[in-house]
Design a protein around this ligand. Structure first.
Ligand code: IPD
Ligand code: CA
Ligand code: CA
Length: 266
């Protein structure tokens, strides 16, 4: 077992305690507005501090890229952290949110962990060692194509809605081909569900590295494909991501491609 994944698990569980403990207190908590449609709660910050503190305790020299505190430290080993993915859900008491923690070494994802706080499921992977949920091996689905497939996505929001028109065209095309579309509201969990075969594919535009880092490694270790919209590796930078089991990935790419417009060049 990768010792760094053990630390990530401990950090996620600690953060999960903070997130759960505060659910009932949420109405009374101070909430600040950040950007359009984006709220950061006190819980985000507390959970992130807890994660970074737990990891630093074991690895004082490692660096961090975290949603709330940004970049800190200088190292070839960088922890990429979303302390609470699905903040809007959390604020509304919609029980779909997760903690996402990944470790990159020299730019390559080495391990990733996503903790579904409400269901208490832990999805995790170390490079080359497969993917697991709660210790059991997971694989992407065997769905043979888009017909009959359940596809996850995220509707554009924040500044990202400049791609709304392109997105709506992609959505229409996928709705016509797939058996169902879901927008649960926590991208990290959507990716974990692709890895576990609960979703057959997923696409979204304008994500941040901390939404995707852990999930993309977990999908690849579960036998799935993950790329940007050109079939390349720049999804952590561009924020545009498409994933799925190999067959659904291929058809999903073919379906959204004609509607990318200027997005295709990013
Ligand atoms: C958001 C969620 C959502 C996705 C957004 C993300 P946050 O993360 O992952 O599903 O559509 O683009 O920003 O802000 O709740 O951590
Ligand atoms: Ca997020
Ligand atoms: Ca977040």
């Amino acid at each position: 077992m990768n010792p760094m994944l053990n630390i990530a698990r401990q950090a996620a569980l600690n953060a999960g305690d903070i997130i759960v403990r505060n659910i009932n207190r949420l109405q009374r908590m101070q909430v600040t507005k950040k950007g359009r449609n984006d709220y950061v709660t006190e819980v985000d910050r507390l959970a992130e501090q807890e994660i970074i503190g737990t990891i630093r305790h074991s690895y004082p020299d490692h660096a961090f890229l975290a949603e709330e505190s940004g970049q800190s430290g200088e190292s070839d080993l960088v922890w990429i952290i979303d302390p609470l993915d699905g903040t809007t859900n959390y604020l509304h008491g919609f029980p779909v949110f997760a903690v996402s923690i990944a470790l990159q070494i020299n730019g390559r994802l080495e391990c990733g962990l996503i903790y579904d706080v409400m269901r208490q499921e832990i999805f995790e992977a170390s490079r080359g060692q497969g993917a697991k949920v709660d210790g059991h091996r997971i694989r992407v689905s065997k769905q043979a194509g888009l017909q009959g497939a359940l596809i996850g996505t995220g509707f554009p929001f924040r500044n990202n809605n400049r791609w709304l028109d392109e997105y709506m065209e992609m959505l229409k095309a996928v709705i016509k081909s797939a058996s169902g579309i879901r927008r649960p509201g926590a991208a990290a969990l959507d990716l974990a569900y692709v890895a576990a075969g609960r979703l057959d594919g997923f696409w979204e535009t304008g994500l941040s590295p901390w939404d995707m880092a852990a999930g993309t490694l977990i999908i690849r270790e579960a036998g799935g494909f993950v790329t940007d919209f050109s079939g390349g590796e720049t999804f952590l930078e561009s924020g545009n991501i498409i994933a799925g089991n190999p067959k659904v990935y291929k058809e999903l790419m073919k379906t959204i491609h004609p509607h990318l417009g200027a997005l295709g060049a990013l």
